[in-house]
Design a protein around this ligand. Structure first.
Ligand SMILES: C[S@@+](CC[C@H](N)C(=O)[O-])C[C@H]1O[C@@H](n2cnc3c(N)ncnc32)[C@H](O)[C@@H]1O
Length: 206
């Protein structure tokens, strides 16, 4: 299997947002701020991506007809904003998050916004990733434990068409290995890379 990089142009930053998307982003940012100020629990691995850029990247993916279907999965979903924005586009979107408190927050926000986005508590790492010990080395911000969450979801990794993740710097390879091991040929992995913006990969036969 091969991961092909698809270059996202800088111009995506000028793509407009729908009113509904702006509302979801604003409400999520308010809620995240409240949560960060109020909660005594320190969640070291939780930081949020640039939701506006994310929405623009998915617009570009849609405009360029790169999707093979309508199933979206946010790997390590935090407050679940990526999955909620995908739901607004008519995608069947879910998020997988290991911290129960974040799953509750995401489900609450999704309900309040009247969205059908579903969030599941568990690890997005399936059981059949080869060389899991090797790829887990030096990964500090992702729980590399394997889980049965896909059984609960009722879908497997290879049922999704677009994945989104926000890896910490230097840990991108972990998401890429999970994607390469289990995702369907022609599906896409979008990742947020901080100052380097969004990065898009397609799984191909090589
Ligand atoms: C950098 S945050 C990104 C949150 C959200 N996707 C965003 O962009 O705003 C990464 C999230 O992944 C979660 N996480 C880490 N390892 C995980 C695992 N194996 N399965 C599910 N979630 C995981 C963390 O708890 C954290 O909330």
């Amino acid at each position: 299997m091969y991961l092909e990089t698809i270059g996202l142009p800088n111009e995506i930053k000028h793509l407009p947002h729908s009113k509904k998307a702006s509302r979801v982003i604003d409400r999520a940012n308010e809620r995240i701020e409240e949560f960060m100020l109020a909660d005594d629990l320190i969640l070291e691995n939780f930081v949020t991506c640039d939701f506006h850029l994310l929405d623009q990247a998915v617009s570009w993916i849609e405009q360029n007809h790169l999707l093979t279907g309508k199933r979206f999965c946010e790997l390590g979903s935090g407050f679940g904003v990526a999955a909620m924005l995908a739901s607004l586009r008519g995608m069947e979107a879910i998020g997988i998050e290991i911290e129960p408190v974040l799953v509750n927050q995401a489900n609450r926000l999704s309900g309040e916004l009247g969205l059908s986005t579903r969030f599941y508590c568990g690890s997005f790492v399936p059981h059949d990733v080869s060389e899991i010990i090797e790829i887990s080395k030096d990964v500090e911000h992702i729980e590399t434990i394997e889980s049965d969450i896909y059984q609960e979801i009722g879908l497997d990794l290879d049922d999704f068409d677009l994945f989104f993740a926000f890896p910490w710097p230097g840990e991108e390879h972990f998401f890429e290995s999970v994607f390469s091991a289990g995702a369907a040929v022609n599906s896409l992995l979008l990742t947020y890379r901080g100052r380097n913006g969004m990065h898009l990969l397609r799984k191909t036969l090589g």
